[in-house]
Unconditional design. Structure first.
Length: 209
């Protein structure tokens, strides 16, 4: 199919639109083992939180405590038995990495604050409507499910919908474009038959008055 037969007349592939790197490979199941691993791990975590009654804070604390105890006992027994200590990497953040992280978050936060100011002062009506719609949608979804279930469901959608679309994009694009053409034709007919009559009636009333 040519670019004119694609949605939005796009010329890039789905893999290129998603970045063309590891994230795209995972989302499109190019790295099947990694994608399956992410889904299984996330499902296991969701089951642990939902069925065991653990919270995120309690689970993280328990895992860290267990890890520290194992490493501590390993190091002590290694020193007594003249064995090598646990093979831990150097836990160190360089100044360059920290500066890059700070610059990244600083730019994003400043952009968010600037947009928030424009919305609060009524300077960007379109952005206000978008934010209001998103917040309303989040509120509705949040009232129907909890955060963990929403997160897992969103992950499943992210890891399935793009892959299914890439596999069947020819059929999907064809049907969507056909549907858009029919909607456009319907709007044209509606404009001629209904709105045209209304405009004609308004003009006739203006002439009579």
């Amino acid at each position: 199919m040519g670019s004119s037969d694609r949605l939005f007349n796009r010329q890039r592939t789905v893999h290129q639109i998603l970045g063309g790197r590891l994230v795209a490979d995972v989302m499109l199941w190019r790295s099947k083992n990694l994608t399956v691993g992410i889904l299984v791990t996330t499902l296991a975590a969701w089951l642990v939180f939902e069925k065991s009654g653990y919270t995120l804070l309690s689970l993280v604390s328990s895992v860290l405590l267990l890890l520290l105890v194992i490493l501590f006992l390993w190091a002590k027994s290694a020193s007594i038995l003249n064995r090598p200590p646990p093979p831990l990497p150097d836990l160190y953040l360089s100044e360059e990495v920290v500066n890059d992280m700070v610059a990244f978050f600083r730019g994003r936060i400043n952009a968010l604050l600037s947009a928030s100011k424009d919305i609060a002062l009524g300077k960007d009506t379109v952005m206000f409507l978008k934010v209001a719609a998103y917040l309303g949608l989040i509120s509705v979804i949040g009232s129907l499910t909890d955060f963990l279930t929403l997160g897992y469901t969103s992950l499943v959608i992210v890891l399935t919908i793009p892959a299914l679309y890439e596999k069947h994009e020819d059929y999907i694009d064809r049907y969507v474009l056909t549907g858009c053409d029919k909607l456009q034709q319907f709007y044209v007919n509606f404009d001629i038959e209904c709105l045209g009559r209304v405009r004609k009636w308004i003009l006739e009333n203006k002439k009579l008055s």
